[in-house]
Design a protein around this ligand. Structure first.
Ligand code: ZN
Length: 286
């Protein structure tokens, strides 16, 4: 299926892996879940069909496919830590019933501020509706840049873990809904976008092209969702991150990513001790 779509899209697939000094990876077709570790060395490098250029970071040119980036240039000592704020209908139910106190991980954000770590935050529309004040605070903080993560954290493929799917005809309006909410709360909102679960295919990239965003995938999954120990998150990130990496972690805390706040300080200290500079996605890709 993916190959057929790639051919339709005119994409050229090659088998070479990442090489030191290679430029940012921009790929038209990947289907890389964020919830399980991904082996970055196996990443094929595809010829880009569209460069993410435009006035806002991540704003793409009009094209037939939404561009996708997976990592920055390998020759740099830069790494982007990114944090997703999920909120599904089921999570909101647990919030309103009092089962979960909060899906804003104050410990995590506090640690990022104390350690002065620039980061890119991918927010679902529902999360922003739940936490408009927090969203404004984060937008006003020069450490952070804000991006979108769909409206309701539904999948853009039919088989993405246990996530419900967005029907094809509703994909564009779902994403535009999230962008509209973010633009209301953040005048400097970027045009970076992350697929829920990291799941996408050629149909999704085609449907979402008119939104003129750029999808940001990852080459290091922090595996902080339902993690049993902060140590495992730290090891997972530090072992796999390298120059140009995009690391995915979560900022909603609560019952689904409870240990990210504890893991972030050792991650930051260890990466910095190795000479890495932590930057936003915009900085990494520029
Ligand atoms: Zn997510």
């Amino acid at each position: 299926m993916a190959l057929g779509l790639a051919l339709v899209a005119g994409a050229v697939m090659t088998s070479c892996g990442d090489t030191p000094g290679s430029g940012p990876a921009i790929s038209p077709l990947r289907n890389t879940p964020t919830l399980t570790p991904v082996a970055p060395e196996r990443t094929p490098t595809e010829v880009p069909t569209a460069e993410p250029t435009g006035k806002r970071p991540g704003e793409s040119e009009v094209g037939t496919l939404m561009p996708v980036v997976r990592h920055g240039a390998r020759g740099t000592k830069k790494i982007a830590l990114t944090f997703d704020a999920d909120l599904t209908a089921a999570m909101r139910k647990r919030l309103t019933s009092g089962k979960v106190k909060s899906y804003y991980n104050a410990e995590l954000i506090g640690n990022l501020r104390r350690l002065k770590v620039p980061a890119t935050l991918f927010l679902t529309g529902m999360w922003m509706e739940q936490y408009p004040g927090r969203t404004r605070e984060l937008a006003a903080d020069p450490l952070f840049e804000l991006a979108t993560h769909s409206y309701a954290h539904k999948a853009f493929t039919k088989d993405c873990y246990t996530l419900a799917s967005v029907p094809k005809r509703a994909m564009l309006s779902d994403v535009r809904h999230a962008v509209t909410i973010l633009d209301r709360l953040d005048p400097d909102a970027t045009r970076w976008f992350r697929f829920p679960g990291g799941c996408y295919d050629g149909t999704a990239l085609h449907e979402l092209a008119p939104a003129r965003l750029t999808a940001v995938q990852l080459d290091v999954a922090g595996a902080d969702g339902f993690a049993k120990s902060a140590r495992s998150i730290v090891d997972q990130v530090v072992r796999n991150a390298k120059g140009g990496s995009i690391v995915v972690l979560h900022m909603h805390g609560g019952d689904t990513a409870p240990l990210t706040g504890k893991a972030v300080e050792p991650i930051v200290r260890k990466l910095r001790a190795q000479g890495y500079q932590l930057v936003t996605v915009t900085d990494l890709m520029s």
